[in-house]
Design a protein around this ligand. Sequence first.
Ligand SMILES: [Zn+2]
Length: 127
Amino acid sequence: MKLKKIKREALRMKFGGCCAFCGDELPARGWHAEEIGEQYIQGGIAAVCTECHSTRGNATPEAFRAMLAEQVERAQRHSSNFRMALRFGLVSQTRAPVKFWYERCSAERSTLLRSTSDPALNNNSAA
Ligand SMILES: [Zn+2]
């Protein structure tokens, strides 16, 4: 997706200069502007790192989430290095749900909005 330089920079900074999916810091150049849909993020376009871009392909965010959820099982099946690292406690399996960076950012923002709009938290002069 082609964007003008200023819009592209604003998109890169939308989630703190990080990939909308994995949260890794995006370089100034060498990332992708991808249409992921208004149902996922405001504006529907996300800044995505090259790793997430190539792994996701044309998958929807939900299909990408399902792909990512299989990664540990795949690594256990196909990588003796991973199995050895697991055996020696160098890595651990958490079974945590896949949360994209844009979801974590949104949750943080709404928590901030809730706390700043809560009069009980802002009424410091009452005491
Ligand atoms: Zn990424």
